[in-house]
Design a protein around this ligand. Structure first.
Ligand code: NAD
Length: 302
């Protein structure tokens, strides 16, 4: 099976490399020359011309871009140039792993279907480390048949592949999960700052909450203070990890979904505000758990 993999960035390059390592014939492409060079340095076959040309003669097209607009542009083509949908053979399987809005994902599915192709949305969690170690979690939206076709490929790049339902529901699962994560990371950070003010030792709070009802990933894996979890970003001055700017991006997608569905998500939308401030200010280059420093600074002036 020959697979075109477009978007050889932080996530895409290790994912494509794992796919090739699992024995698939992968041809990569990125619009950025440095990313193409990095792909070749990693031992991948990389096309020089694209994006559409790379979809010729393949059975599967995988995309891993930053935004929905990039995915839509690549699928449709821009400035009169043919897009991936036009150049691919009929019945090609399109797998979009980018994190994009549910509405954009559904538009992508509709375009693929109209062009006579199959498609799934398959965003990931697990970050760059998960991409490198092939331990990503994939959340997949699409028909049963298209999911079944995509599953073995996704399993070569990840550890957990969940079929969440029809078109766009992989993105829906991603946006819901990250809204939980944002709220819980802020809650954990607030609790540690409150504990500090009350004279409670970080380790003591961790030992209690990690074995009690406060237990959550934001505490036990991404603990926002140095010490209790030696691998958490707090131990390396909040170097990401999962960058605050990416959380800000994902919460923008959550806000879009919350607004368009009319759901009352006051905690989620407050987290959206706090992360927008964090990502455009001191947290621009930090892991999202670094928001504890904002909370501490605000507390000092209270
Ligand atoms: P990135 O910016 O490092 O990589 C995206 C790549 O896509 C870039 O190299 C860009 O040049 C390329 N690109 C854009 N348009 C293209 C086109 N038409 N043809 C070919 N290449 C094109 O981004 P990333 O960190 O790899 O993230 C990719 C996606 O994964 C994002 O949607 C992000 O939200 C999501 N994600 C990232 C992480 C993470 O930790 N980085 C974790 C989970 C999910």
């Amino acid at each position: 099976m020959r697979i075109a993999f477009l978007g050889l960035g932080h996530m895409g390059l290790p994912m494509a490399t794992n796919l090739a390592g699992a024995g698939h014939e992968v041809v990569g492409f990125d619009v950025a020359q440095p990313a193409r060079d990095a792909g070749r340095a990693a031992g991948l076959e990389v096309a020089e011309s694209g994006p559409a040309a790379v979809a010729t003669g393949v059975q599967v097209v995988i995309t891993m871009f930053q935004t929905g607009a990039q995915v839509l542009d690549a699928y449709r083509g821009i400035d009169g140039a043919p897009g991936l949908l036009e150049t691919a053979e009929p019945d090609t399987l399109f797998i979009d792993c980018s994190t994009i809005a549910v509405d954009d994902a559904r538009a992508v599915h509709a375009l693929a279907e109209q062009a006579g192709h199959r498609s799934v949305d398959a965003p990931v969690s697990g970050g760059v480390v998960g991409a490198e170690n092939a331990t990503l979690a994939f959340m997949v939206g699409g028909s049963d048949d298209d999911f079944a076709a995509a599953q073995p490929l996704l399993e070569a790049m990840g550890r957990r592949v969940v079929h969440c339902g029809g078109a766009g529901l992989g993105q829906a699962a991603k946006v819901c999960n990250n809204m939980i994560l944002a709220v819980s990371q802020i809650a954990v950070a607030e609790a540690f700052v409150l504990g500090e003010k009350l004279g409670l030792d970080h380790q003591a709070l961790f030992d209690v909450a990690s074995n009690a009802s406060g237990q959550c990933w934001a505490l036990t894996t991404n603990c926002p203070v140095p010490g209790p979890v030696p691998t958490s970003p707090a131990n390396r001055d909040y170097a990401p990890g999962f960058a605050g700017v990416l959380m800000d991006k994902d919460l923008g997608l959550a806000e879009h979904a919350v607004t368009s569905s009319g759901v009352s998500a006051r905690m989620g939308m407050l987290a959206r505000e706090l992360y927008r401030e964090f990502a455009s200010g001191p947290g621009a280059g930090q892991d999202f758990s670094g928001i504890i420093n904002t909370i501490r600074a605000e507390s000092a002036h209270a």
